[in-house]
Design a protein around this ligand. Structure first.
Ligand code: SF4
Length: 266
């Protein structure tokens, strides 16, 4: 049963479940209305009565009939009748903006996906300066933070308006680490060795150089993709077949038809 005790319940309205039911069945099919589930005190002389919804496909939903009465009046009137979801009701998932729904691979040729001006993954290149002797952020960063700023500033030479912010780099690193090129995939878990020791690993420079590389093995699933050092696959440059896995040589012929005795001489 649903009940609220914050506001003193109005006895007349709490007892008005039959009034609420009659109003409901005058609005919807009688067979759609189930048992009385309780009431909620919404405010002073305002009470909502709940009834199970028996309509097929509406499991967990309930009818809500809100009743009220004027001060010093016994007559109960109906404010509204609505169908609302309860526990276990099947409802539409929360709406997600399209930008958050887009996944890698969703863009088609000709599609545009502009980046917002305040996208936290990017910072204006000019804001970090390119002179290592000047720290535009003063004492606000520790040594590692300054090193990151320098690495971003170096990219000024590329003439880009914006570069990846530390947050943008962190997000990319986490995404790649958790993705198909990371250490947790089934492929990596069953690999004979890790990318770190593979001759096909192209090393990166800069921030990610101690964690990520690019696979350059045209026979591997990850060819051309960023992989973590502790990723791996069966196409590792040093992978060897065990004796059991090696091809069995064909047995000798049981009857050799090419011995000299079988060649007719004239
Ligand atoms: S071939 Fe396999 S082990 Fe070697 S770099 Fe590529 S993914 Fe890593």
């Amino acid at each position: 049963m649903i009940a609220s005790t914050r506001i003193k319940p109005d006895a007349v309205l709490v007892d008005a479940s039959e009034v609420a039911r009659n109003a409901l069945v005058s609005d919807v099919d009688k067979s759609d209305v189930g048992e009385h589930l309780g009431h909620d005190v919404e405010g002073e002389r305002v009470v909502s009565h709940y009834f199970a919804c028996a309509r097929p496909g509406y499991r967990g939903w309930r009818w809500s009939v809100t009743v009220t009465r004027a001060s010093r009046q016994k007559a109960v009137t109906v404010d509204e009748i609505v169908l609302i979801p309860g526990d276990g009701a099947i409802t539409a998932p929360a709406w997600v903006p399209y930008k958050e729904r887009i996944q890698p691979g969703d863009l088609s040729p000709g599609d545009l996906l502009p980046v917002e001006d305040d996208d936290a993954r990017l910072v204006p290149t000019y804001s970090f300066g390119d002179d290592p002797s000047v720290d535009p952020l003063g004492d606000s960063l520790d040594d590692e933070g300054r090193a990151q700023v320098r690495r971003v500033a170096e990219e000024l030479f590329l003439g880009r308006v914006r570069t990846l912010s530390p947050e943008g780099r962190a997000q990319a690193a986490q995404r790649w680490y958790d993705g198909d090129g990371g250490p947790e995939t089934t492929l990596a878990q069953s690999a004979p060795a890790q990318c770190f020791s593979c001759g096909f690993l192209l090393r990166l420079t800069g921030t990610f150089s101690d964690t990520f590389g690019v696979c350059a093995n045209g026979n591997a699933n990850d060819d051309g993709r960023v992989v973590t050092f502790n990723h791996g696959c069966g196409a590792h440059s040093e992978a060897q077949l065990s004796k059991k896995q090696q091809a069995v040589p064909p047995p000798d012929h049981v009857f050799d038809t090419l011995t000299p005795g079988d060649i007719e001489t004239f």
